[in-house]
Design a protein around this ligand. Sequence first.
Ligand code: DGJ
Length: 337
Amino acid sequence: MKNISITLLTIICILVFNTGYAQFIPGQVWKDVTGNPVNAHGGGILYHHNTYYWYGEIKKGPTWRVPGSTWENYRVNAGGVSCYSSKDLQHWAFESVALSPDKADSTNDLYIDKVIERPKVIFNRKTGKFVMWLHIDSKDYSYARSGVAVSDRPEGPFKYVGSVRPNGNMARDMTIFQDDNGKAYHFYSSEENSTMHICELTDDYLAHSTNDKRILINLSREAPAVCKYNNRYYLFTSGCTGWSPNAASYAVADNILGDWKQYDNPCRGIDSDSTFHAQSAYVIPVQGKKNEFIFMADKWNKTDLEASRYVWLPLVFNSAGKPEIIWKNEWQIGLEK
Ligand code: DGJ
């Protein structure tokens, strides 16, 4: 009898305290499985062969302000792009420096003196290649280009191909969205960040087509993150205030190339007017759970960029189809509502 009671108690404890779902504490130091803080900022997620891969900017070492800058241009040496893997979105194992910076040639796009930001990786089913796009810039952000790199394996090493100004346009903050039909699109802040562009990539994902549209015209938005829900496209962005947080907004389109209609702040709860002190990076569709999304954001620490944190929150759609990002001190996938 005593044994049966202990077994029952154990089962109850497991059910109550361990649901088996990934658990998130937004803004807290997030350690990888070996106990080191995850270093993958401005990141994006690839899901491939039952594994999530998190790619992001490596921010390591001292932060300084670029001399002579008229704005708060804080930076660290470009550390390249990290790759972590996970089965459950909570426990992450460091895989590699997927794209290494260059420490020798100051003319190289990947030289440590440059800006390497917001990497996004997609898999091309036709070519069997993993393709990484990223924002490449000079330390004063006047270069304004998009870089591309390829690999045969998700963890890299990625081989840098080069950088472009898509269709001749300036390109800074960016994301890549891969649609269900395999077409991929590059969203990028352009025209001195005043106007967003969306451009369809070529079938191999390595170049831009001429199908390039101006959206969110003169709205000065950056940090784009995109998802698809009920056959509509949702684009989350921030305002342009450097590393300092501001209010998010979102736009909706029935066709990915537009028209895009802009709406107000989707954030709800305490500090929603500053996106919970964070800035959008990516929207993760949770695999095996229809219509479950995670809003992935960076809580930048501008004077110590290595100490920047992550804010991951549930992105839900209310009964009217409006997206809502709701603050939680702590939450679990599947139990967020
Ligand atoms: C805002 C962008 O979203 C970041 O990725 C970074 O480029 C900072 N500006 C630099 O100030």
